[in-house]
Design a protein around this ligand. Structure first.
Ligand SMILES: [Fe+2]
Length: 180
């Protein structure tokens, strides 16, 4: 059962907002959060540009995506905690916020009005596929992360309850929360 493109795009926007919150509050590993934000925003923008915008008049948004990409690159290069990082983060958040508002108040409602449910689901499928390809291409190789035993050791140090019953992903998740 395919999900409509409006739900998918809106969901990404909420995820991006929560990543900005983490970075502003300096929760967890900021470098890892920046990498996540970078991958998600790029994949989201490419999928919108290639699969959703053609056919609707959204050139302005493409320009905004470009601006956001320049700021994202600057954010990746700057050191968390520095004034430069905070300034770039603030500029990027403003830029993304503007994009999200415009899309959710104008572009997506316009799209919902102009095409039917079936088409919205087709676009959703196309969006998700393109987004997935892009995320795969951008993601860091799996081997780069810590192994399960390394994570378990960290969990022991952090005294995370229930660690012995956790799988690799759960351990990583619990550690992210513990650090924040
Ligand atoms: Fe968007």
């Amino acid at each position: 059962m395919a999900t409509d493109v409006i739900t998918l795009i809106t969901k990404d926007h909420r995820t991006v907002e929560s990543l900005f919150e983490r970075l502003k509050k300096q929760q967890g590993d900021s470098k890892a959060t920046v990498a996540e934000l970078h991958a998600l925003l790029i994949a989201h923008a490419r999928a919108e540009e290639d699969r959703v915008y053609p056919g609707i008049d959204a050139h302005h948004s493409v320009e905004e995506h470009k601006q956001a990409e320049i700021l994202l690159d600057a954010l990746v290069r700057s050191e968390p905690g520095t004034p430069e990082f905070r300034k770039t983060l603030q500029e990027l958040e403003q830029s993304v916020k503007h994009h999200v508002e415009e899309e959710e108040t104008k572009i997506l409602p316009m799209l919902a009005k102009s095409v039917g449910d079936k088409k919205l689901k087709e676009l959703g499928k196309a969006f998700a596929e393109r987004r997935g390809e892009e995320l795969k291409a951008l993601s860091v190789p799996q081997q780069a992360g810590p192994s399960k035993s390394e994570l378990y050791e960290q969990a022991q140090k952090a005294d995370i309850p229930g660690r012995s019953r956790m799988g690799k992903e759960e351990l990583a998740e619990a550690l992210r929360h513990a650090k924040s």
